[in-house]
Design a protein. Structure first.
Length: 367
């Protein structure tokens, strides 16, 4: 696939602007897939260049076995503790960033990198379907499953299909009585940050033609709705039923609320009072961009927030797009990377995916 092919989505958007917008708007905005989502042309070009620099950084940092290294750990209060290792989740996200640019395994500008990353992930699918390396957990499993589903959906590769079915089966099996998921398969509690990853992986697998039990989706919807905080409008990290039978409250944050909204969208719920309240919460509690350097969940929150805003469209999307793109672009380092407490590879992959999301190169980004 030539470089011209890779820039085609960007060029199409610019051409559409000239054709359907008046001359005064042509230099500033472009209509993407109808009148509900507007993209600023100046930011579009800046984001295209930033993504290319980010992908070049990821190309340079890929290990010889196809993996990427970053911190594998867990949050302890508001810290992220762990050790450096070959990260299944970061490998999947880096490859998704290349897919979003237009490359496929063995095809396109970054086809070699995607192929090597795919091989690494397939080699780490365990016999029970759990995708793990260096003690990575269900976060990584979900991102790896999402990547396999996108690859299979776009290529039909048989060697991917069988592993994908195994990994989907693991997600279905790991769902507990609450309707959600936790860090490890077999846990009896759940949290929102893990649950959204599994829901989106199941959505991608279903889009690719893999059977996903409706009961699993229905139970996930119930879990997410039960996690809504009616007082704040946000979504909680966890919910537990107390002795009185009432749901006890847990913390509510911007990333968790973005996750809750996206989980409902991913489960096929598009009109819901919890979504409306959650979007208002996101508008009121948007984190500062410089928090990205000292947290582990800024890019996570912006990733799911951008998915949620893109699904909503309209004026919410227009405001979100402008503010988010400017924040993300301003945080890029001179070597093309982005950085947070998990690591540069993770943050760079997330930033590239966020900037590429509106162009819908991947099925999971489609409305």
């Amino acid at each position: 696939m030539s470089n011209q092919t890779h820039t085609l989505p960007w060029l199409i958007l610019a051409m559409l602007t000239l054709l359907i917008c008046n001359p005064d708007r042509a230099l500033s905005q472009v209509i993407d897939e109808g009148p509900e989502r507007v993209i600023d042309l100046e930011l579009q070009e800046k984001s295209r260049l930033a993504v290319e620099r980010g992908l070049q950084y990821l190309k340079r940092t890929q290990n010889s076995d196809g993996s990427w290294t970053d911190k594998i750990g867990r949050k302890v209060h508001y810290e992220y503790r762990g050790r450096m290792g070959k990260h299944v989740g970061v490998t999947a996200l880096a490859c998704i960033a290349f897919l979003a640019e237009g490359s496929l395994p063995g095809r396109g500008k970054y086809g070699e990198q995607v192929e090597k990353g795919l091989d690494f992930i397939l080699k780490n699918v365990q016999t029970n379907g759990f995708i793990t390396c260096d003690e990575s957990r269900m976060y990584s499993h979900a991102f790896a499953t999402l990547f396999l589903a996108e690859v299979y959906g776009m290529t039909g590769m048989e060697r991917v299909k069988e592993k994908l079915k195994l990994s989907v089966g693991m997600i279905v099996q790991a769902q507990n009585e609450t309707g959600g998921w936790r860090y490890q398969p077999g846990a009896d509690d759940a949290d929102m940050s893990i649950t959204v990853c599994q829901v989106m992986a199941l959505r991608a697998a279903r889009n690719a033609g893999i059977n996903v039990p409706k009961a699993s989706i229905d139970r996930a919807i119930t879990y997410v709705r039960n996690s809504a905080n009616l007082d704040s409008g946000g979504f909680m990290y966890q919910h537990e039923v107390g002795p009185s039978g009432r749901v006890q409250r847990s913390r509510t944050t911007f990333p968790l609320t973005a996750a809750g909204i996206t989980a409902l969208y991913g489960a096929g719920v598009y009109e819901d009072r919890f979504i409306d309240a959650g979007l208002q919460y996101l508008s009121r509690h948007r984190p500062r961009k410089y928090d990205a350097l000292n947290t582990f969940d800024w890019y996570y929150g912006m990733y799911y927030g951008t998915l949620a805003a893109f699904q909503r469209g309209g004026s919410f999307w227009t405001r979100w797009h402008s503010d988010t793109w400017r924040d993300v672009l301003s945080l890029q380092n001179s070597d093309g990377s982005w950085q947070d407490l998990v690591g540069a590879n993770y943050a760079t992959a997330m930033a590239c995916i966020i900037l590429a999301m509106p162009y819908q190169y991947l099925p999971i980004f489609e409305r």
